[in-house]
Design a protein around this ligand. Structure first.
Ligand SMILES: Cc1ncc(COP(=O)(O)O)c(C=O)c1O
Length: 414
């Protein structure tokens, strides 16, 4: 699971390059390249500066990272090495190898999802590519895409790059961050074209229970919405089973389900994900994919096949460890007087700091915490306006570091 089980013990972390860490700046430094309007309209990531400060100090404990602290399980890594040794360095079929698509189809039956590997699954370069393809394939200029907030940082830019209009839908700490029908109506989602669902959720860890999912599905059918369901944290669900909107009556035909290997298998750097949906949806996404990406990385596809075949125990071990950390972090935060909804999945806790922050400002709180105690947590507004007054704490960080971070937080609060 960790670096120890690889013969050379290699664990290389490297500098984080996720969208959360922020992309390039806008090229206004005398360059001839003025970004296109849809690019200029996207604000730089709110997380970037935290990582920049964090990198200038060597005593910082980062609770800001959105990726596993584990190394990909050895069977997956060894399959990657093997595929290279055997000279498998060509493109695969646009949709991904048939073997991998069959293995994915088999795997998702555990969520009651049934997809035909020949026509209904597309293997992508990370879930990120699948999200981008879904927006570009189904959003027309001016279409409204409803985004529950707070949510993962890449959706809003993705919608704008596709020419769509993001519509924020506020979820609330008081509701344990559940997406309610009331919130959907309040935001005007009944007039929208697409709804993005991210459960288990980044950054709140919220999951949807069966009755909440039923209500959202009813709403989508009634108002004829397409749904993009990003279920990348499905395998990291701690309380109860993962619920997928696509399993609700009448929803499969209007939903693209996205999943991937980055989180559950600790394979972020291998860049492998997939999209599933009815044949016409997958055809449209494949059309873009075949002209822009051709095929997902071949080596990573071999690793992913081994991950599905031989890494269930590793995933279980990692999930149990996240669960242990989750319980610790939630109980410590509550002990310190910071209210936090129980995160049912993913590896994030999202406590409210508004009551103890200068002017209730979570950004100021996160900056002061970083400067005073060297603990990096992400201000909630990085995940949209719905994150105001909160910070995101990632427990994809070892328990010893989490304990030290909580001790520093306690000192900071007192
Ligand atoms: C909700 C969500 N979707 C997608 C991604 C990106 O996944 P991938 O590494 O497969 O591109 C992330 C990464 O943080 C995420 O949190």
């Amino acid at each position: 699971m960790s670096g120890e089980d690889r013969p050379d013990g290699h664990t290389d972390g490297g500098t984080e390059q996720t969208p959360e860490a922020g992309g390039p700046t806008d090229g206004t430094d005398g360059s001839r390249f003025a970004p296109a309007d849809r690019v200029a309209s996207v604000a730089p990531s709110g997380i970037r500066e935290f990582f920049e400060v964090a990198e200038t100090r060597d005593d910082v404990i980062s609770l800001g990272v959105g990726e596993p602290d584990f190394t990909a399980p050895w069977p997956a890594r060894s399959a990657a090495v093997n595929s290279l040794e055997r000279g498998r360095t060509s493109y695969t079929a646009n949709r991904g190898t048939e073997e991998l698509r069959r293995a994915i189809a088999e795997r998702v039956t555990r969520y009651d999802q049934t997809y035909d590997p020949a026509e209904e699954i597309l293997v992508t370069t990370g879930a990120s590519e699948a999200v981008d393809l879904a927006f570009r394939a189904f959003v027309n200029p001016g279409d409204t895409v409803a985004l529950p907030t707070p949510t993962y940082v890449s959706y809003e830019p993705g919608v704008r790059f596709a020419g769509g209009e993001p519509l924020p839908v506020h979820t609330r700490h008081e509701d344990d961050w559940a997406l309610t029908t009331e919130a959907l109506y309040d935001a005007g989602v009944d007039e929208a074209d697409v709804l993005v669902l991210c459960y288990p959720n980044n950054p709140t860890g919220a999951t949807m229970d069966a009755s909440e999912m039923d209500a959202v599905a009813d709403f989508c059918r009634e108002h004829d919405l397409l749904v993009v369901a990003d279920e990348i944290y499905a395998a990291l669900t701690y309380d109860g089973d993962h619920e997928s909107v696509a399993t609700r009556p009448g929803m499969r035909e209007r939903t693209v389900v996205i999943n991937g290997f980055s989180k559950a298998y600790a394979m972020t750097g291998l860049r492998l994900g997939y999209a599933m949906g009815p044949p016409d949806a997958v055809d449209a996404m494949t059309k873009i994919h075949q002209y822009t990406m051709l095929s997902a990385p071949t080596t990573a596809q071999h690793a992913a096949l081994a991950a599905l075949d031989r890494c269930d125990d590793d995933v279980d071990r990692m999930r149990r460890e996240y669960d242990r950390r989750r319980r610790y972090v939630v109980s410590r935060l509550r002990e310190l007087g910071l209210p936090v909804a129980e995160p049912g999945g993913a590896f994030y806790a999202f406590p409210r700091v508004a009551d103890v922050a200068p002017d209730g400002d979570a950004r100021a709180f996160a900056t002061d915490l970083l400067e005073a105690e060297g603990v990096a947590a992400v201000p909630g507004t990085a995940f949209g306006t719905g994150g105001e007054g909160h910070i995101r704490i990632s427990y994809a960080t070892g328990l010893d570091d989490l304990k030290e971070a909580m001790a520093r937080l306690e000192r900071f609060l007192s």
